[in-house]
Design a binder for this molecule. Structure first.
Ligand code: ARG
Length: 589
């Protein structure tokens, strides 16, 4: 379905044309005086100069040219030259039935679906997820779902940090603790054990210990660096040990992302692109893009228009080691070979912006990516802060683990859910899980990605206000009205949505028809916050409706059935909208 505003504009533009004026003057906007009309067109005012005519004459001619049109209940010229319109209730009711019948709720998918890779999450192996990983997962998941809803083929890749120094550090520490493991015996020829020699909790203790020791013990640090480079150049025992570290870590990461309803199609990591690096480096050298600077291999990416200095893209360090840039560039090659994507969207903290500017420029400049065929896009998000306005920390100032944060929100929600007294513990847990995910995600997504925001548990978990739980509550309330109605009218089938007779019904209908607009904007601007605002508008319009109408007490059975059909559609649109944000609603709470 076209955007409602475009459908109206089309009719008005035709009116301009029929009356002999430029059809582009027929653009319609939502009225800024909702007390006077729903939509307006100011084109006659704009055209007055061009046609040397009083605007009201043009406007009147257009209104006459359109004549009686089924779209409008009111179409009138208002001096000095506006065209004011109200949609016809029959027309609106018909749009609503179309929305109800359409699983996409009026969204028209891309005519030519694109292949899009969304690179998000970005956790590092052996390091537990902390609050700093939240936003990439939450925003990325939503962007992925929005792009997919628009009909594209979308691949979410977690892009694990699985190849850096932390690997060598863990190997070194393990070697100190269990030197007799076969992984450290260079002469070992047999099969390595299938079971890992550590658990996730061991790893979570080993890694910080190793990393701390590297900071104070230069010799140990050297060992860790050597272990890293031996691992990278393929030492058999280290590779086997590394596989264990990755596997143990990945199962833990999967479990944590699952708690947030975040899931990835690909669990690739920095290690997976290693095979592409040597040829890439050679080609960059051969084509003359890469040159040695202080021993390091670099590609210049400064552009004339740059107001600030953009340092060269580092391809290899002077010791020949691959860098963060190197793996991102090689991953681009890998993705192009595997998936031929039209777009790659990356999500990280905005502090990594310069990294991506350099990588993207380098990829375009060296011809890794043809700018006309594939766009590389970066979404940099702001920081999640505590109430003190500083990055969110534990009470004692440490880094808060994501698991802990999720648990705290869930406990808070659980207490509230159970306070109603009729819910079993098991159901309470499941409800609290869903509602807490909504609290966290909506709290995050309702902000523009680029901006910092303050994580306020009391506010985010509140059951009223502009919060995730409030949306859940709204949906649960609709479900309960539907259930009550069904119980009172066991034979009743869902009636048709009727032409609105009240202001609040019309308001609700108009808001429902604007769902696709919100999706298009969220998609085009990569801005899930646009959908959050829509949800807020829709729940607001629903509340107005509740104020004006008591569905269960409605005496006219036909009208009552119409109300039921209307709020059912509200529920369906809300379900679709929150699914795009990455959460779902319980049946009661
Ligand atoms: N692992 C990285 C980090 O912790 C984030 C990875 C983001 N994605 C990428 N392709 N560089 O900072």
């Amino acid at each position: 379905m076209k955007k409602l505003i475009d459908q109206i504009s089309l009719v008005v533009s035709e009116g301009f044309e029929k009356a002999g004026y430029d059809p582009s003057l027929g653009r319609v906007v939502v009225s800024n005086r909702p007390d006077l009309c729903q939509y307006q067109c100011n084109g006659a005012m704009a055209g007055a100069k061009q046609y040397r005519k009083a605007p009201f004459m043009i406007a009147q001619a257009v209104v006459d040219a359109i004549g009686q049109h089924p779209m409008f209940a009111k179409l009138e010229m208002v001096r000095p030259g506006y065209i004011n319109m109200d949609l016809h209730p029959d027309y609106l009711a018909q749009l609503l039935s179309q929305l109800e019948a359409d699983p996409l709720r009026g969204v028209e998918q891309e005519e030519k679906p694109l292949t899009i890779i969304v690179d998000y999450g970005g956790p590092n192996v052996a390091k537990p997820l902390h609050v700093g990983h939240l936003r990439s997962a939450v925003i990325g998941e939503s962007i992925k779902r929005i792009c997919r809803f628009m009909g594209n083929k979308v691949i979410g890749d977690v892009h694990l940090g699985d190849w850096g120094l932390q690997m060598g550090q863990i190997i070194t520490e393990l070697r100190q603790r269990q030197p007799d493991l076969p992984y450290f015996d260079p002469d070992f020829q047999g099969e390595y054990p299938v079971q890992p020699p550590f658990s996730i909790s061991d790893l979570e203790e080993i890694y910080p210990a190793a990393s701390a020791r590297c900071k104070v013990d230069a010799e140990y640090k050297k060992l860790a660096q050597n272990a890293t480079s031996e691992l990278q150049s393929g030492r058999r025992g280290y590779r086997a040990l590394w596989k264990h570290i990755v596997n143990v870590s990945v199962s833990d990461l999967k479990a944590n992302y699952k708690k947030l309803d975040v899931d990835f199609d690909l669990w690739y990591g920095e290690s997976d692109c290693q095979a592409y690096i040597p040829a890439m480096v050679e080609e960059m050298k051969d084509k003359g893009y890469a040159y040695l600077s202080d021993g390091a291999l670099v590609v210049d990416v400064q552009e004339e228009e740059d107001a600030r200095e953009v340092p060269p893209c580092l391809i290899l360090k002077s010791d020949g080691a691959a860098q963060y840039e190197t793996t991102d560039l090689a991953t681009i090659i890998q993705r192009q070979q595997d998936f031929q994507p039209d777009r790659m969207i990356y999500l990280t903290d905005k502090r990594q912006e310069l990294h991506f500017v350099r990588v993207f420029r380098c990829a375009y400049k060296t011809g890794l990516v043809d700018k006309d065929k594939c766009s590389l896009e970066f979404i940099g998000f702001g920081t999640m802060n505590g109430k003190d306005g500083k990055p969110y920390k534990t009470r004692d100032g440490g880094v808060l683990r994501l698991e802990k944060l999720i648990g705290e929100v869930k406990d808070t929600v659980y207490q509230k859910v159970m306070s109603n007294g009729t819910i079993s513990e098991e159901e309470g847990q499941e409800i609290a899980r869903k509602v807490s995910v909504a609290a966290i995600k909506y709290g995050d997504l309702s902000n523009q990605p680029y901006k910092d925001y303050i994580f306020d548990l009391d506010k985010f978990a509140a059951f009223e206000g502009n919060t995730g739980p409030y949306i859940m509550y709204t949906m649960v309330r609709i479900k309960s009205i539907l259930a009550k109605y069904a119980a009172a009218h066991p034979e009743a089938e869902t009636g048709a949505i009727l032409p609105s007779r009240s202001e609040s019904e019309t308001g609700l209908a108009l808001t429902l028809c604007r769902f696709n607009e919100a999706v298009y904007e969220a998609y085009e601007q990569k801005a899930p916050n646009r959908l959050c605002r829509y949800i807020y508008d829709l729940t607001g319009a629903l509340n107005q409706f509740y104020v004006e109408h008591n569905i269960m007490k409605e005496s006219d059975p036909v009208r009552q059935a119409g109300f039921i059909a209307l709020i059912k559609l509200v529920l369906h649109v809300l379900e679709t909208a929150i699914d795009l944000l990455g959460f779902s609603a319980p049946d009661r709470m």
